[in-house]
Write a protein that binds this ligand. Sequence first.
Ligand code: GLY
Ligand code: MN
Ligand code: MN
Length: 447
Amino acid sequence: MNKEEKSFYLSRRKEFSKLIGKDSIALIFGNTHRNKSYDGDYKFKQYKNFYYLTGFEEANSALLLAPGGVRLKTGSKVKTATEVLFVQKKDTLMETWNGKRLGFENVTDGLGIQNGRENTELNYYLNGKMLSSFRRLYINFAEMLKLSGEMENIISMFFDSMNRIAPHIEIIDASYVLGTMRFIKTPFEIIKISNAADASIKAYNEILKIIQPGINEFNVQFILEFYYRYYGGNDIAYHPIVAAGENACILHYENNDQHLVPGDLLLIDSASEFKYYCSDVTRTFPVDGVFTTEQKLIYEIVLKANKECIKNIRPGVKFSYINNLSQKILADGLYKAGLLKDKKDIKKYSLHGVGHHIGLDTHDAVPSSAAGSADFDTLREGNVITIEPGLYFTKDMKEIPEKFRGTGIRIEDDILVTGNGCLNLTENMIKEVDEIEEAMRENHTGL
Ligand code: GLY
Ligand code: MN
Ligand code: MN
């Protein structure tokens, strides 16, 4: 880990420690491997809250933070510690099969975390004497409950003993405090989201060259994924939605296995991740390179909502206001086109809200506007949100003329709230009708 990374994660631990106070300790667990089937696991992914505080990707780890200090023994020496990272024991055989482990001895040099210990020692350190002086224990509770394997045993022993060794301690879920921190992105994080967005933009430029009738949704899915990597991304940010025709009306369509048919639209909601930070974009393209009159009409309404919402984003504006603005533009557009008799019915066709925060998670784990008394609705400098209006007409919506049915259109961009306005991180991703048609005409190479 380089100096800049060490200093970012240290700053997160310091801020979190300040927020929980000296009479609290925190135990933030990392993820364990997840079984897929028999003896095969899914590819490991670190818990984002743990990653936010450590930048450490190894399984079976836990971070102890004690702003007021705890006594830590090394041999016969005792010192006061405010940070201890518990990691897997080094093990030659396991490392031969599954890859290198950092080892507790290298925690300080490698990660800049004050102290390292083996995870099997967690219970030894979290003893009654140590816990007696604290009033609160913060844990990433929901994440902890999903842990398996060796961590499950360690945790179960710890909680079995809690009511004897420290019955006075109040246990609090850490996700709210961490969520309030994650609400505002630092420059270090904004660069990562931007890098993810750039890989997505470049990959979408490539995919426009190959979209045509007869190819499969999965061709589009996997070629995009190839290009995310090619252009510097590390992973996909979420399971992609590559939805042709009416499939686009299934909001979290995941099969991605149908052939593209002439005359249909193709909705692509897929994006790259960069070093654990997500972008989240959607574009809707005509399968054969030209929008029909009806598709163009709806596309322009959605595009107007997308652009007007982005224009209105600045610190102090409420996210709920932007959401209402989007609904209003969609409703006005459909009403004017004669497709909506009562503007109040817009929800039937717009289905979802205008956007959400992005960051380490695609739907970033920050408190919603309804959480507690704090104001998470008012946009602030350093927020990164999506703007993604959409309109959806299934084939069975008989009140809509047939030529509009079997169509879903969404246009999604990633927006950074700046000091005096906003910056569209996906500004350079194609989205005007004539530009899409021109690119699909001029640059098409096929598969
Ligand atoms: N990709 C999921 C979403 O747009 O919210
Ligand atoms: Mn999306
Ligand atoms: Mn989104």
